[in-house]
Design a binder for this molecule. Structure first.
Ligand code: AMP
Ligand code: GLY
Length: 423
């Protein structure tokens, strides 16, 4: 099969790394890719939103399957455009991608399907939102309705913070039109997990869990980021939680969407809060998580491409996947200053040696190549993964890799997985 992956981050490097191992693969392209994908695939200079050019490239090169990594091209209709041209795409239509693109749509699906989630109200007038906060009190959660690059959510501990969030999102429009309406919802408590399923429109295949670490600082302090590290199947993702997550959240959503004529095909990512009375849905994403993808795929022992092929052919009802024994952890190396302003262009030394360490895989995220040198070229620059016989070993391997890397302008969290070790 000829496969084209869309995107340029650590997630797309991990997808390429897993697909490159498939016996079904004859040629792998990544658009636009990064210096990591360049080593295992052919990078194509097209950006994720160059949809007509991607369709044209796929037709010309007889691509059998396109796998978009990020949500933005999915929400913009890349799957529809490819399917219309007769090209298979493992990703949802624009209509189904509203599950991530619109929080109101997500909540309507959840309510119609009886999925446990935080109680919520939608507002398109700031004044009504302020009145509601006065009536309900804090803690309370304010969310811009549209896509805001993961920055549209404020978990307000005080009423003042909640009012400030409404003012910033709805009146000052800090996220533009994504904040034209907001939802205000109950604050859930518990432990978070990211639960993944591969979906074919009707069937969902469990595809692992991970715990992300969203805050920039150790001990979950500082601003939110795209994700600073992750561990595979945290201890609070028990068998019971996974079963309930699939039966009470993923499968009912899939059935509801199929019923509405918007069947969901692709990676379905449920962000869950696991509290006293079981898992509740925080949000759906219509793609794999990043850095969760770099954590889950190294644990997969089945052939990823064959699973994706079965999904686009609508044959997941009979599919099974196998996982390796042990555990995995990923630490994201960032440029100093991230998630605020950061410098680019500093050289990273020792990548090849680090990649040779036992159990370690280095995924590139925001890097660029200059002759033989690899330079930092983004906020999240590398996602370093290690597998091990257990979480403790995976973590000690991944931090040995981090410590061996020679990059003065980088930093990472030093406490990835720590809470899982003590719980
Ligand atoms: P989202 O972009 O919806 O994933 O939200 C980002 C983060 O905000 C989540 O990962 C949670 O940590 C937190 N969050 C979102 N909604 C809630 C909620 N209803 N209760 C508590 N925390 C939440
Ligand atoms: N790591 C969280 C996300 O991909 O949204």
């Amino acid at each position: 099969m000829k496969v084209l992956i869309i995107g340029s981050g650590g997630r797309e490097h991990a997808l390429a790394w897993a697909i490159a191992k498939s016996p079904l693969l004859t040629k792998l392209y990544v658009a636009p890719g990064n210096p990591g994908t360049a080593k295992i695939a052919e990078n194509i200079p097209l950006r994720a939103l160059d949809i007509p050019e991607i369709v044209e490239f796929s037709l010309k090169n007889a691509i059998d399957l396109v796998v978009p990594g990020p949500e933005v091209p999915l929400v913009a209709g890349i799957a529809d455009a490819l399917n219309k041209a007769g090209i298979a795409c493992f990703g949802p239509s624009a209509a189904a991608a509203q599950l991530e693109g619109s929080k109101i749509y997500m909540k309507e699906i959840a309510d119609a399907a009886g999925i446990p989630t935080a109680r919520w109200q939608k507002f398109s007038e700031a004044e009504a939102a302020h009145d509601y906060i006065d009536a309900i009190g804090a803690p309370i959660v304010i969310k811009a309705n549209g896509l805001a690059a993961g920055k549209g959510v404020v978990v307000a501990i005080t009423e003042d913070e909640a009012h400030d969030a409404v003012t910033a999102i709805m009146e000052e429009k800090i996220h533009g039109m994504a904040g034209a309406s907001v939802i205000i919802e109950e604050c859930l408590t518990g432990e978070e997990i990211s639960l993944f399923a591969v979906c074919d429109g009707n069937n969902a295949l469990f595809f692992g869990t991970a715990a992300d670490h969203k805050r920039v600082g150790d001990g979950d302090t500082g601003p939110n980021t795209g994700g600073m590290g992750a561990i595979f199947n945290p201890p609070w993702a028990t068998e019971n939680v996974i079963r309930r997550g699939m039966d009470e959240i993923i499968k009912p959503a899939l059935a509801e969407m199929a019923k509405r004529g918007q069947p969901f095909r692709g990676f379905l990512f449920a962000g869950l809060m696991v509290g006293q009375d079981g898992p509740k849905l925080i949000e759906f994403n219509v793609r794999f998580g990043d850095p969760e993808c770099e954590t889950v795929l190294p644990m997969l022992s089945s052939d990823l491409l064959s699973v994706l092929k079965e999904a686009v052919e609508g044959r997941l009802d009979k599919a099974k996947v196998k996982w390796k024994q042990g555990s995995a952890a990923t630490v994201v190396m960032c440029a100093k200053g991230y998630p605020g302003a950061y410098a680019t262009g500093s050289e990273i030394f020792g990548l090849d040696e680090v990649g040779e360490l036992p159990g370690v895989t280095v995924f590139h995220a925001g890097t660029m190549a200059e002759q033989d040198a690899i330079l930092a070229n983004g906020g999240r620059v590398l996602a370093i993964n290690a597998v091990g016989n257990d979480l403790r070993e995976a973590l000690s391997r991944v931090y040995a890799a981090v410590d061996q890397l020679d990059w003065d302008d980088g930093f990472c969290r030093r406490d990835i997985g720590r809470r899982a070790l003590v719980s």
